[in-house]
Design a protein around this ligand. Sequence first.
Ligand code: ADP
Length: 399
Amino acid sequence: MNILVANLGSTSFKYRLFRFAGEQPLAIAKGGFERVTDYGKAIDDCLTALRAEGHLASVADLHAVGFKTVLGGDVTGCVDADERVEAALLATADLAPAHNPPYAAGIRRFREKLPGVPLVALFETAFYQWIPDYVRRYAVPDAWHAAGVRRNGFHGASHKFVAERSAELLNRPDVADLTRALYQGGPRAVPGSELRVISCHLGGSSSVTAIRDGVAIGTSMGLSPQSGLPQNNRVGDLDSAAIPYIHRKLGLSLLEIERQLTRESGLLALSGVGNDLRDIRAAALAGNRHAEDAIDAFIHSIRHWIGAFWIELGGCDALVFTAGIGENQAYIREAVCAGLADLGLVLDCERNASAPSETDIASADSRTRVFVIPANEELVVARETHRYLLARAPSVCAA
Ligand code: ADP
């Protein structure tokens, strides 16, 4: 069975093709186009390339397409990418302006181009379907809550993969199996001791998630991806009073405030150097104080959320680092883990410094394991699409 995962940006179209033998996926091709103005043409070009490279004999060999959609309000989970999903993406486009419109347009074009091929949307919010109400609820009037002002959570594909993989690394295949089936069966009671994981997805966009027995119970992300940790160029958490205050004080319009918070804030604003942590680190090492402060603020915020979730979970069996920064920037991992011996977390600094791909970087006597787990969100979308079809349309999966 061949599943294409389509990654749609406002001007880009990237794809990966996975082949499933039973439940085992194999990534067999990838590609993409920049400066896309017409998704229909990009889809044609993608299918032509997959045929020319010999991965598909014909379009009939493509059995499903999966999409990592971001936010759909009340529509979440792993669902058919149908007109309802398109409408939900457009209705919440204000909160995810860079992602929702291209996904809505791209899904429509796929449906036109590939009638009859199952299209599946895995929402980034899906992993947070079961967070407690007291976590989801902001202290706002009922009408705001009813209008959708609530904690959604993001990076669900990445954090779910961490939940599955960390359970395996902790020798808890029972939890890994239940987590894999989460979107089909919902949470189920896990016999035996609780498994408590704190997952740090640190990249261009960053978040921390608390996971108990494979199910998310807390997230640093809120209503929109403009929340939580300082992001590359997005603000992260901010006192809501700042918005009316700065509107009056600096005479900025709501649109301009929104633009500055979503494009000119975060690590970019703090450092004054750029939005890539590699550049910020280079500037800090060269003595730039603002760059140093930006890194300190980022680390402080990561530790703030880890601390909150450590208490909420009543301990932590594994702390996990994933995504561009989490996987590649050892000094961030070291700073995040500093001084936690009393909590039972001790880093092996040598292993941390040399961490190659997936590895345990805690010292042998650390009660909490510390894992680096490479992110592979496309793989997660492909797996979830396959599981969804297996549950809903097993005949498609027999292909
Ligand atoms: P995105 O969140 O946009 O998908 P990434 O997960 O790749 O992107 O994260 C981008 C961030 O990760 C950048 O701030 C960059 O500094 C860092 N990063 C990515 N790759 C590397 C690398 N090989 N070495 C060091 N830092 C990296």
